[in-house]
Design a protein around this ligand. Structure first.
Ligand code: ZN
Length: 358
């Protein structure tokens, strides 16, 4: 993602601005001053409008984040960049109903902002039609622009294509009727079809902006759905399908040289380490063996270099659980238990091979 600057927090959620936003802002100053040739008051309202757009996007993201928080899902941060905002949720809500509400909360914030401005301008009897070929020159005009910006944010985000909120809403609605992988595939197809329609219209009408949006949606719809489908498959596959039941039990008193020479003729690269009673006391990741592959260490015992970390999963756990445990706890290998006793192991390579095969 590159460097982002923390500008503040709300409800424990840090808000960060991507550095390239500064470049965009400089370009817009140049654009307003040199190309459109706004006077200083016009330039002030124009830049204030840009800031309001950023603010509307941040509030949109807080809509997602605060509703997710209600469901116990925390948000790592909200990052704003020239291509948009993103609330980095810990994970997507697992229940379709919750996913639906979290996804809808963002666009609803924009609808809320637009409604408040609508009411104000209506009372002030200020026109609300789309401002074309003009720039705001006073506060009421500025509000009219902010109103339309939020209407555009609301509408654009409801396009039912990944990664727009509309795509997630559609997926959540479909998930209520069918399994998640099918729902994701179908939602992704709808998105691609829409993108195709946009491309055709863009070519007929010679509209470059619409063409760019169509290409972007086409590309992103595919990658998002691949990722979701991959996650669903990881969740649905049991760790039993990749478990290694005939694993080597390395003892903490074994010599490092023995472990290395044995692993050279085997596909096993990471090991659980046992004490003389047969209890797991740690693990020996491949990386450690590589680091200590020098003469002076070879005659040492495994206990001198092993990691005291180890983790265990139940055989009924999913491959996703294994993936998360390996990553979250920084493990290279985990033991698999069945009925309380160790029956096998799963290491990073096993999970990686499974993911590659998807
Ligand atoms: Zn959103």
């Amino acid at each position: 993602m590159g460097t982002s600057y923390h500008i503040g927090s709300y409800a424990g959620i840090p808000v960060k601005l991507h550095w390239s936003l500064g470049l965009l802002f400089l370009f817009l100053i140049y654009f307003g001053h040199e190309i459109v040739q706004l006077d200083s008051i016009g330039l002030f309202w124009f830049l204030f409008l840009v800031v309001s757009l950023f603010l509307s996007v941040i509030l949109h993201e807080f809509g997602h984040a605060l509703v997710a928080k209600k469901y116990g899902i925390s948000t790592k941060d909200i990052i704003l960049s020239p291509i948009g905002g993103i609330a980095r949720l810990e994970h997507i809500p697992k229940k379709p109903r919750q996913e639906l509400i979290v996804a809808a909360a963002g666009p609803l914030v924009n609808l809320g902002i637009a409604s408040i401005i609508f009411l104000c301008l209506f009372i002030a009897q200020h026109p609300l039609s789309i401002p074309i070929d003009s720039y705001p020159s006073n506060f009421k005009e500025f509000l009219r622009f902010v109103f339309w910006l939020n209407i555009v944010l609301f509408t654009f985000n409801l396009i039912p294509a990944f990664p727009m909120d509309g795509g997630r809403i559609l997926r959540a609605l479909l998930s209520m009727k069918m399994d998640a992988v099918k729902a994701t595939k179908l939602a992704s197809m709808v998105g691609k079809f829409l993108a195709l329609v946009m491309l055709v219209v863009a070519v007929i009408k010679m509209h470059p902006v619409l063409f760019a949006i169509g290409i972007a949606i086409m590309y992103m719809a595919g990658s998002e759905s691949k990722q979701v489908i991959r996650q669903e498959k990881l969740k649905n596959a049991q760790v039993q399908t990749i478990v290694n039941n005939s694993f080597t039990r390395v003892s903490e008193t074994d010599m490092i040289s023995d472990v290395i020479s044995n692993s050279k003729n085997s596909t096993e690269k990471n090991f659980l380490v046992f004490d003389h009673l047969g209890t797991v006391v740690g693990s020996l990741p491949e990386l450690f063996l590589k680091n200590y592959d020098s003469e002076e260490f070879l005659s040492n015992s495994v206990s001198s270099i092993m990691s005291s970390k180890s983790g265990f999963l139940d055989a009924s756990a999913s491959v996703m659980d294994a993936y998360e445990m390996l990553n979250d706890q920084g493990l290279a290998i985990v033991g698999v238990n069945e009925g309380g006793s160790l029956v096998g192991v799963v290491d990073r390579d096993d999970v990686a091979a499974f993911i590659d095969g998807l």
